[in-house]
Design a protein around this ligand. Structure first.
Ligand SMILES: N[C@@H](CCC(=O)N[C@@H](CS)C(=O)NCC(=O)O)C(=O)O
Length: 206
């Protein structure tokens, strides 16, 4: 099995943390970011989207970080991370989908402007709107964690915790005003005993 993507990418780090939970150590090739450009024809032949992560497992080439995490958990039969029953599985998937859609859309302008300093995201008004939406979405996650008083989907750790902790780490590292969200803080502290969290999530990279 081979994982293509550089280790600073938030989406590659989801897969790397999942691999730690599963005891897997795929060979990793640096692609994207300031390593080899994903616009190279040999990369595009494997993933026409030109994005990392890309997982090669035998004849299968898998894209989309959340899908890859689900694939690996299912491949390893880890129903603790991705439950078997339709309803429990849907609960995990719903939070993962929320991360990839609502939450990712909320932070884009603030993060790209304030951390990446990308000129296309320099408008202060648009940054403020993005900060507001991002904080609103994070408050929703905080309310959820206040209810479970443990992990995103209840008493046990699942894939939803991995993808949302990476987003939360980014939220904490972006220089902007943030409300105090105590349930999120307690949850991040709860995750700190996990090797995948310290190695690939709270590791100084936004
Ligand atoms: N929806 C995709 C998004 C992947 C994505 O945006 N990857 C970024 C890195 S985090 C990328 O490949 N950017 C181009 C590059 O790094 O060169 C996923 O979740 O895997």
């Amino acid at each position: 099995m081979k994982l293509l993507g550089h280790a600073k990418s938030i989406n590659v780090r989801k897969v790397l943390w999942t691999c730690v939970e599963l005891g897997l150590s795929p060979e990793r090739d640096d692609w994207g970011g300031d390593t080899r450009p994903t616009s190279r024809p040999d990369f595009l032949a494997l993933n026409p989207k030109g994005l990392v992560p890309l997982l090669i497992d035998g004849v299968h080439a898998l894209t989309e970080s959340n899908t890859i995490c689900r694939y690996l958990a299912a491949r390893e039969g880890r129903t603790d991370l991705l439950p078997e029953s339709a309803a429990d599985r849907a609960a995990v998937e719903a939070w993962m989908d929320w991360q990839a859609t609502e939450l990712n859309n909320a932070w884009r302008v603030a993060f790209m402007g304030l951390v990446r300093r990308h000129p296309a995201y320099a408008d202060p008004g648009a940054q403020l709107d993005s900060i507001q939406s991002w904080n609103n979405e994070m408050s929703l996650l905080d309310a959820r964690l206040a209810r479970t008083d443990a992990f995103v989907c209840g008493d046990t750790f699942t894939l939803a915790d991995i993808v949302l902790a990476l987003s939360t780490n980014r939220w904490e590292m972006t220089p902007m005003a943030r409300p105090d969200l105590p349930a999120i803080e307690a949850w991040m502290d709860r995750l700190a005993s996990r090797l995948g969290f310290t190695t690939h999530c709270r590791n100084g990279i936004a």
